[in-house]
Design a protein. Sequence first.
Length: 149
Amino acid sequence: MSDAPNDFFESIRERMSQTAYFAGIGAELVHVEAGKAQVRLPYGPHLVGDPDTGVVHGGVITGLLDQTCGMAVGSALREHRSYATLDLRIDYMKAAKPHQDILVEAETVKVAHEIVFTRGIAYQESRDVPIAMATGTFMMTSTPTTAGG
């Protein structure tokens, strides 16, 4: 199956970029590869938590970090399995600047037998100036299946 890796990543790209959460907030999957994912969230008034300042709600950023870390997990497994967030720690560094897109990058740190460890970062202008950082633990909830199952 020489096309298996490409088919696998395309399957992840299709499934993850069409979730209800992504559609609801308007997020876009920018890139996915083995153990890594990058997402862009265009600024929009529906994301604002404080109308006086225009700052994006922290829950939006938390959900985005969770989903992007989950994408990194899915792409690291190299086979279709169900998994769920077991633990997610978010450290907020500062509020996101209003009227600017938010970028999120996540990577898989380690794949153990039934647990996967990830880390992620949300930022705007530079990774060196993060909005928030995440560490996540995901638990497998199924056995491996074929790419179609």
